[in-house]
Design a protein around this ligand. Structure first.
Ligand SMILES: *Cc1c(COP(=O)(O)O)cnc(C)c1O
Length: 447
């Protein structure tokens, strides 16, 4: 592998021809040109380094430019870069799914590929809807999701996430979805039991009112990502899922973010005994190298699509379905993930996060609210939701973090860290102190 042109930069090019995602191009500061990544760091044109504390939008697991994964992709590209996936298959796709199957509950047996988290959710919706059609229960066409859930930016996925109000501009093209309250909780939350009970009551009422009408329930298990790293207890999740099961509803887990040890276990579903019928995976699937996703179903769901009639088949395909390079990256990433050194690191990150929130609370008792940890994710709020300058402070902090070389993107007034697993204890501890120091100085200046 040669280095093409080591000094290539964006100097002299017009960066502004590019329209960036989720960005108000008029007011946002110019995008930072990254020329290199290594481990937990990204480097810009001036060789300034940024500590990637959000795993580059939650995709990266083992650090940037991991040489094991890079080599796997390179070697695969020399053999087979892409092939049509209808009527053809390839070893990388089968091997990746075989290796994943070992890590999954026994009921999840069939693997459908697409390209990103949003499409893995679209596929899950289409499968759930058609499952009932093919099974002769044509009235089951309602979907239920959690308040403030996020499932992606395509039309079906936006419909599921519409309760956030985030997609109101696009209402016209969204379909109706029923939403139930999510009992978001944190350390020492005195109100958690009441919230959980209220949520379960709302679920039961909704199911009673719509007997044999609900096709599927979709959830981000344990942690709602984009909704603000909102967490729930696994006991609650179990009760909730069992309730839906009681009414015959298909359970869809969107583990696009929570998958691959973000919550401390391989999948968030490993925390509860009741298993979903459909599982969505993406983001960490390739270790953060290439876009790829899977919608995985039970045998029962898969069987409903078998018939002599083509119209009961799943009508879904993407040009790059099961791209061999993505699959090769996935195989290599999974292998790295299962090594004992990675697993030890993941457990250690959780321990360090827990110590961090104790220190935070000690140093900034009046500022830090709703502190919470789930696996490698730590989150807390700045002041309470009602405090109208908490978002302003969070935005100010984001700027300051970046100046200091810390890539952290608050969600509203929530600050969270989701580092790649390769991050060292030393770097993490230094970061915690830096964060405490920066929050102290910014909040003091607002006081
Ligand atoms: C990011 C995310 C998605 C969407 O994935 P994309 O690859 O960005 O389309 C869906 N669900 C959850 C839970 C996510 O965090």
């Amino acid at each position: 592998m040669h280095q093409h042109n080591k000094t290539a930069t964006l100097a002299g090019r017009d960066k502004s021809i590019i329209w960036h995602p989720l960005t108000q191009e008029k007011t946002s500061s110019p995008s930072i040109a990254i020329i290199k990544g290594e481990g937990e760091y990204l480097y810009d044109e001036q060789n300034k380094k940024y500590l990637d504390l959000i795993s580059s939008w939650w995709v990266n697991l083992h650090g940037h430019a991991n040489p094991v994964i890079a080599r796997a992709i390179y070697e695969q590209a020399l053999k087979l870069e892409q092939v049509i996936f209808a009527g053809f298959t390839h070893d990388q796709a089968v091997q990746l799914c075989e290796n994943l199957k070992v890590e999954l509950p026994e009921n999840l047996t069939r693997f459908f590929f697409s390209d990103n988290g949003s499409t893995s959710v679209e596929v899950a919706l289409k499968i759930a809807l058609q499952f009932w059609k093919n099974s002769g229960e044509k009235r089951r066409d309602i979907f239920i999701s959690f308040d403030k859930g996020y499932h992606g930016d395509t039309v079906g996925a936006m419909s599921l996430g519409a309760s956030s109000g985030f997609f109101d501009q696009y209402k016209k093209i969204l379909f109706e979805v029923a939403h139930v309250p999510f009992p978001a909780t944190w350390e020492n939350d005195p109100d958690v039991e009441r919230k959980e009970k209220a949520s379960l009551n709302a679920v039961r009422n909704l199911l009673e009112k719509n007997l044999n009408r609900v096709a599927g329930f979709i959830a981000e298990p344990l942690v709602q990502g984009a909704g603000g790293m909102r967490m729930c207890r696994h006991k609650y999740l179990e009760q909730c899922v069992e309730l839906f099961r009681e009414y015959g509803v298909l359970i869809i887990f969107d583990e696009v973010m929570t998958g691959f040890y973000r919550t401390g276990k391989m999948f968030a579903l490993d925390y509860i005994p009741t298993k979903p019928d459909i599982l969505c995976l993406s983001k960490g699937l390739t270790g953060g190298f290439l876009p790829l996703s899977l919608t995985i179903t039970s045998e029962r769901v898969y069987n409903a699509f078998l018939s002599d009639d083509f119209s009961s088949a799943l009508i879904h395909s993407h040009s790059y379905t099961a791209n061999p390079l993505g699959c090769a990256a996935g195989i290599a990433s999974l292998e790295l993930l299962k090594s004992t050194s990675t697993l030890d690191k993941i457990a250690h990150i959780e321990q360090l996060h827990r110590n961090f929130i104790c220190d935070l609370k000690l140093a900034l008792r009046e500022v830090i609210k709703a502190e919470r940890v789930c696996g490698t994710i730590v989150a807390f709020n700045l002041f309470s939701e009602e405090c109208n300058y908490s978002h302003v402070i969070a935005a100010k902090l984001k700027e300051i973090f970046m100046k200091e070389g810390l890539l952290i993107r608050p969600l509203g007034n929530t600050i969270y860290l989701m580092p790649p697993y390769c991050i060292s204890e030393k770097v993490l501890k230094e970061t915690y102190w830096k964060i405490i120091e920066l929050i102290s100085s910014v909040t003091a200046s607002f006081a």
